[in-house]
Design a protein around this ligand. Structure first.
Ligand code: NAP
Length: 221
């Protein structure tokens, strides 16, 4: 699985406010860049925290891009994927509409009734791991469904786990020229954090681009 993480952060590293409300950190040019990224993958992954906070649809917005995908023999939109150990995704979540296939990755701890409700809402539920979703195992299962290129759109808890598991191939971060602050506001990589400097994931910076008054940083992991 090729895993590309993309996020927008304030200059102080926050993905949103301490109230975990969605805020516009970038602008139209960056939204367009993100739409092109979505149009180039088989699946878009978010954590259930992002689903509960933002209720995103995760579809390709530009009609020309959906047409291009269909011309290439792909579905108009990439599949939506949620990392959701306990099946907390609401069955009426936007990403369960019929615009694209939706996979919900759960762990063995998910309640059968909640899993059944998600299946009834049209999701393909994949069980991987106990406690939290075993992301590496879940990605193997997604590959068996034909998903080979995944774009991860947050949030910070999920992104940390992906780095911790060594699953990130590319990172693009839009750094907006705004300060959000707040010790409890989500950052690009939350989770437990790394303590041993030898374990810090080392990235190599491959591109810097000015956009919408901020910068896009591209790294290979
Ligand atoms: P998140 O990363 O979207 O979701 C975290 C949840 O995913 C965990 O609490 C966990 O819940 C579930 N999960 C399942 N398997 C996991 C695993 N192996 N590792 C980690 N998590 C796993 O949530 P978040 O960090 O709270 O981020 C949400 C915030 O980020 C919102 O405020 C949203 O607006 C913001 N956001 C900003 C951007 C941006 O680009 N600026 C993008 C996305 C989101 P269970 O234990 O129940 O499974």
């Amino acid at each position: 699985m090729h895993v590309h993480v993309n996020a927008a952060q304030s200059v102080d590293g926050k993905l949103s406010t301490r109230e975990r409300e969605q805020v516009a950190i970038s602008g139209p040019a960056d939204f367009d860049r993100m739409d092109e990224l979505r149009a180039g993958v088989d699946g878009v992954l978010v954590g259930v925290g992002t689903v509960l906070a933002d209720d995103p649809g995760l579809t390709v917005k530009e009609a020309d891009r959906r047409t291009r995908r269909e011309r290439d023999g792909e579905p108009a939109n990439p599949a939506r994927v949620v990392a959701d150990s306990r099946a907390r995704t609401p069955p009426d979540a936007e990403l369960l509409d019929d615009a694209a296939a939706t996979y919900v990755l759960v762990s063995e701890d998910a309640d059968d009734a909640d899993v059944a409700a998600l299946s009834a809402a049209g999701a393909t539920v994949i069980t991987a791991g106990s406690g939290r979703v075993d992301l590496a195992a879940a990605f193997d299962r997604l590959e068996a469904h034909g998903l080979e290129r995944l774009l991860v759109e947050g949030g910070g808890e999920l992104i940390f786990s992906l780095f911790e598991a060594g699953l990130v191939d590319r990172l693009t971060v839009y750094v907006g020229s705004v300060v959000i602050g707040g010790r409890d506001a989500p950052t690009l990589a939350d989770g437990e954090g790394f303590t041993d400097p030898d374990s810090f994931p080392q990235l190599s910076l491959t591109d810097v681009e000015q956009l919408d008054g901020g910068v896009v940083l591209t790294y290979d992991a």
